[in-house]
Design a protein around this ligand. Sequence first.
Ligand code: TXA
Ligand code: MG
Length: 392
Amino acid sequence: LDGSLPTITDPATEDALLEAAKIIRDTDETVAFPTETVYGLGGSSLNDNSVKNIYKAKNRPSDNPLISHVSSVDQLNRKIYLQSNLKKNSLLNNIPKNYHSLIKKLWPGPLTIILPTPNPEIQTLSKLTTADQPTFAVRIPSNPVARALIALSDTPIAAPSANASTRPSPTQASHVFHDLQGRIPLILDGGSCDVGVESTVIDGLSSPPMLLRPGGFTYEQIVRLGGEQWSNCKVENKKTVAKGEKVRTPGMKYKHYSPSAKVVLLVPNDDKSSLTTASEKIQKFIDIIKSELTKPNSMSAINIAVLSSCQLTDLITSDILLKHVPNKKFLIQSLGTDGETIQTNLFSALRKVDEEDKVDIIFVEGIHETGEGLAIMNRLKKAAGENNLVLF
Ligand code: TXA
Ligand code: MG
């Protein structure tokens, strides 16, 4: 938390990082960079024009505020609160006590906290970063490329996911290139993102404290590690927002994570006795496909992707499906059979069948909403839309 830095040993990496850092520090332009969650599209949080360019490149509505990424709490104090040389024991003075246990345990990492904006005399953050809210969102990412970039530019970096607005978030540099080529000057390629979904956004300013967006750290981890106050943490679960209504996480009112293909999400039935044998599961899935293909906008679908997880992996094959649903092409891929693996693979699998294989419909097998399941199902429900959920 005090600003110690990763070491860069490779000269080509150092050059790329310095070039990117210069863009962030000295220009109004943006840079895409890897984080442990997803790729971000970064610009200075302190500069109106940089933030405008982020919204523009993504085509994102500007009432959806951005997360500021810092490399240390020391940098947060210096750049956002204009307080330098704080002693070690007062480093956390600007952060409400509620958060101390969590950030000591989970930063750097996929945890975003909501803080009150500093008083107006200080006014360092661009009002466009916060979309004029009385609060701002901040996190310290753990990805070494991200932390080096933020430290080298010595600038808090506003960064939403580096996808075109409404598309699935990018977990590889090639996803960013697909969506934003020609719209931004530089992409830092740091390989695939480990976590695969965005950070967990928490609000410790409200009572009870809230989990605003499930993400890379689970609800259970927040409750377990947060101390007393977080034991009754509530999960924000509003689905729709009335026109003009103020929301705590403005992002939730927009279409999100959606491929071009139609996504049909299989939601596990809580009634555990519903499907037990392999043949029951296969039959139920075939019924779901058949029923979908009778719908007017799905009837003409030829190429069908199946992204399986816990129940269907190793159970269904293209041959089995073709026997019951002839004259189609099935592409079957497993997302994994445990939460962490499914989370890591989720967005890249959606993008692959959509952008490379260009399928017409994607059936995705969902999982129970515990542990990583909460974030996974949050993203998948948005990708599918409320009308395309079926009990499995
Ligand atoms: O993992 C991540 O968080 C990625 C990487 C790049 O760090 N970033 C990301 O940013 O997901 P974005 O802009 O896609 O999501 C930011 C979320 C949105 O749901 C937004 O509404 C919420 O944080 N948010 C930002 N500022 C807020 C505030 N002041 N109050 C409440 N929610 C806020
Ligand atoms: Mg996003």
